[in-house]
Design a protein around this ligand. Structure first.
Ligand code: COI
Length: 356
C-alpha cells in the first residue's frame, strides 16, 4: 500500500453534457496523479492533485532528447455502477519494458496500479456512460533534469491524466481508409519501435499529414529495411483475414506489442479460428485482394478498439476489402471486447480489474 495523498480541487469544472461528442483527447478531468523520481531516493511523494499546468525548466531533458514514455488504457462504468479497468497489468508490463529501453527507471507495478485506481476513483463522476464512450487513462513519464548533455536523466515525473472519450476515429465503427506508406518509415528493429514513446509518433506525422490530404485516415507502415513487410498502423496494430485464417504481423522488435492485439489473438483462437503471427508482405496482400481471398482487415488499439478497414492504398493501387463494410469477425471482436470491458459479457480470462 502506498500513501497516496489526495488534494481535491476547490474549483471543479462542469462535467460534459450527455450530448457532448467527447472528441478524442480534448477534455480533461479535475485531477491528476503525480509522483517524482530522484536518483538515490526512488519514486517519492505520490499524490492526486487538481489538474494543473506544469512548471519545468526549459532545459528539462524531455524537451531536448525526448526521454519519455506513455501508455493508454481505459476505465469503464458498468450497468451496475462498478468501475472496471481492462488488463492494466499488460499496460504496466509494457510501460516498464518501454522504460527499460528508454533508460527510465522502473515504476513499481503496485504504485502504477494504485495511482490509476486512486485518480480514477477521485474523478469517477467523469466516466461517461453513453454507448461507445469510456474514460481514457494516459500515464506518462518525463525526464526532468535541467541539462543539455546527452545521458539518461537523474530525475523524472510520472503522471496520469484522464480524458472522457468517444470513438478515436470520426468514422466510429464505419470502415476507415488506410494508406500503405512507401516513402517514410516509422521504426527499425533495434530502434525504439516497440517502446511506447513520443518519438515513434512524431516519426509518423509527415506521412500521416500526406495520407490525410489524400483522404486516408491512417498510415500503414512497412518494415524499415526491405519496405516489403507490413508492420502496424500509427495508432493501432493490424489484422487480416486471408482465406479463413486470421493473420497479423509477428512482433519483431519494431512493432508495438498491443494489448488489444493480444486480446484479439486470444479471442480468435478461442473461437477455433486459425491464427498466424508471421511476416505478411504487401505483395501477399495485393495478391489476396486481387484473387478475392482478402476477406477482412481491421485494426486494434486501446483508443481505436476494433477499427474495420474498408480500403487500402499502395502506390497507385486502391483495394476495396470485400464490399467496403464491416466484416463478421471485426464486428464479433468489437462486440466481445467491449462486452467484456463493460462487464456485460462473462470475463472468462480474468481480464477486468475492479476499481470499485
Ligand atoms: C492508444 O491506443 O491508447 C494509444 O496510445 C494510441 C494513441 C496514438 C492514441
Amino acid at each position: 500500500m502506498y500513501n497516496i495523498k489526495i488534494e481535491k480541487t476547490t474549483n471543479p469544472k462542469p462535467l460534459p453534457t450527455e450530448d457532448n461528442p467527447l472528441l478524442f483527447g480534448t477534455i480533461f478531468t479535475d485531477h491528476m496523479f503525480e509522483v517524482d523520481y530522484t536518483e538515490g531516493q526512488g519514486w517519492h511523494d505520490p499524490r492526486v492533485v487538481p489538474f494543473h499546468d506544469l512548471e519545468l525548466s526549459p532545459a528539462s531533458m524531455v524537451f531536448h532528447y525526448g526521454q519519455e514514455m506513455f501508455e493508454g488504457l481505459k476505465a469503464y462504468r458498468t450497468d451496475d455502477k462498478r468501475i472496471l479497468l481492462f488488463r492494466p497489468d499488460k499496460n504496466i508490463e509494457r510501460a516498464n519494458n518501454s522504460n527499460a529501453r528508454l533508460m527510465i527507471p522502473e515504476i513499481p507495478a503496485e504504485l502504477f496500479l494504485e495511482g490509476i485506481k486512486t485518480v480514477v476513483k477521485v474523478d469517477e463522476a467523469w466516466i461517461p456512460t453513453k454507448e461507445g464512450t469510456s474514460l481514457y487513462v494516459r500515464p506518462f513519464v518525463i525526464a526532468t533534469d535541467p541539462f543539455l548533455g546527452v545521458r539518461p536523466s537523474h530525475t523524472y515525473k510520472f503522471m496520469i491524466i484522464l480524458s472522457p472519450v468517444g470513438a478515436y476515429y470520426p468514422e466510429g465503427l464505419d470502415p476507415v481508409k488506410i494508406w500503405i506508406e512507401d516513402q517514410y518509415v516509422r521504426a527499425v528493429r533495434g530502434g525504439i519501435g516497440e517502446a511506447k514513446t513520443g518519438g515513434n509518433y512524431v516519426a509518423s506525422m509527415a506521412a500521416q499529414v500526406k495520407a490525410h490530404e489524400e483522404g486516408y485516415s491512417q498510415v500503414l507502415w512497412l518494415d524499415g529495411v526491405e519496405r516489403k513487410y507490413i508492420e502496424e498502423v500509427g495508432a493501432m496494430n493490424i489484422f487480416f483475414k486471408i482465406n479463413g485464417t486470421v493473420v497479423t504481423p509477428m512482433l519483431n522488435g519494431s512493432i508495438l506489442p498491443g494489448v488489444t492485439r493480444n486480446t484479439c489473438i486470444e479471442l480468435c483462437k478461442s473461437w477455433g479460428l486459425p491464427v498466424e503471427e508471421r511476416r505478411v508482405s504487401v505483395d501477399e496482400l495485393e495478391e489476396a485482394a486481387k484473387n478475392g481471398t482478402l476477406e477482412e482487415v481491421w485494426g486494434t488499439g486501446t483508443a481505436a478498439v476494433i477499427s474495420p478497414v474498408g480500403h487500402l492504398r499502395y502506390e497507385d493501387d486502391v483495394f476495396q476489402i470485400k464490399d467496403g463494410g464491416i466484416g463478421e469477425i471485426s464486428q464479433k471482436l468489437y462486440d466481445t471486447v467491449t462486452g467484456i470491458q463493460l462487464g456485460r459479457l462473462e470475463d472468462k480470462y480474468g481480464w477486468t480489474v475492479e476499481v470499485k
